[in-house]
Design a protein around this ligand. Structure first.
Ligand code: CP
Ligand code: NVA
Length: 297
């Protein structure tokens, strides 16, 4: 059966996957599992990290990336996704898709005969979590941490909630009123064994945290809400004052792009606690492991 990666839940043992990805990163793996193979990268939204980390990952595995975006492919002129999925399946060995509504990636997977990878939807960003968890494992030595999420209950928050469920993590989220994450995911994660708390008070959520995450207040597609969100997220900037409530050895993660002075201050993202550059670099390593796994038996 074709493996897809639409959500973290598609990986049977996430803990083992992260452990193996960390080990593979440190080893000189010379096997070219993607030799002679092509990965389509289909973008309906902007990207820097996802684009380049997939291009370099597949290249290092011996394969090539073929990039399409909505402006220059027939997708922008209304060619149905289900047609695009079947056509790309005839040429390529995998399809990475970044889009808006999650249903679009489900359609892509339904009609594709090759693995489909979620490169971000409005609901989830699972590739980012693979890199984030790798970073925690490398820096802290263990995934057992006190995690904090500050800000919008967006695709990244939802992905952290999924990770918390699958790994039994302790996660405190601070989100302003009206910006809660998907509460169904929260309930499902709790049933799986996660400890999840929600508050509107960032100081409460960050208290004694060891891994702190934040993200933009206005995600791609929400640009017109930027000014309103700036007001609604007052008090949520991860600055030195807020960081002082965390554990002294806490690390700060941000999937990037970051807006200094909004969700994070310049001195925090450039400061000692920040691991954002390692986190960004880990996108390539995590996705190399994902690409190997997707085509393995
Ligand atoms: N973090 C992330 O997915 O970055 P890009 O939007 O640049 O791909
Ligand atoms: N929440 C952000 C993540 C960007 C990588 C967005 O969807 O724009």
């Amino acid at each position: 059966m074709t493996k897809h990666f639409l959500s973290l839940r598609d990986i049977p043992n996430l803990r083992e996957f992260i452990d193996d990805a960390v080990v593979a990163k440190t080893q000189e793996v010379t096997q070219k599992e993607w030799a002679g193979k092509s990965l389509a990268l289909v973008f309906e939204k902007s990207s820097t990290r996802t684009r380049v980390s997939f291009q370099t990952a597949v290249f290092e595995l011996g394969g090539q990336a073929v990039e399409l975006n909505s402006q220059t492919s027939q997708l922008g002129r209304g060619e149905p996704l289900k047609d695009t999925a079947r056509v790309l399946s005839g040429y390529c060995d995998g399809i990475m898709f970044r889009t808006s509504a999650h249903e679009r990636i489900e359609t892509m997977a339904q009609f594709s005969s090759v693995p489909v990878i979620n490169g971000l939807t409005d609901w989830l960003h699972p590739c980012q979590l693979l890199a984030d968890l790798m970073t925690v494992k490398e820096v802290k030595g263990s995934l057992e941490q006190k995690y904090c999420w500050l800000g919008d209950g967006n695709n990244m928050a939802n992905s952290w909630i999924n990770a918390a469920g699958l790994l039994g993590l302790d996660l405190s989220l601070a989100c302003p009123e009206g910006y809660l994450p998907d509460m169904e995911l929260v309930e499902q994660a709790r049933v799986l064994g996660a400890t999840i708390s929600l508050t509107e008070d960032p100081k409460q959520a960050i208290a004694s945290a060891t891994v702190i995450n934040t993200d933009v207040w206005a995600s791609m597609g929400q640009e017109q809400e930027k000014e309103k969100r700036k007001k609604d997220f007052q008090g949520y900037c991860l600055d030195r004052d807020l960081l002082s409530s965390a554990e002294s050895s806490a690390i700060v993660l941000h999937c990037l792009p970051a807006y200094r002075g909004l969700e994070i201050s310049d001195d925090v993202i450039e400061g000692d606690a920040s691991r954002v550059w390692k986190q960004a670099a880990n996108r390539k390593h995590a996705q190399k492991h994902l690409l190997r796994w997707l085509i393995s038996a």
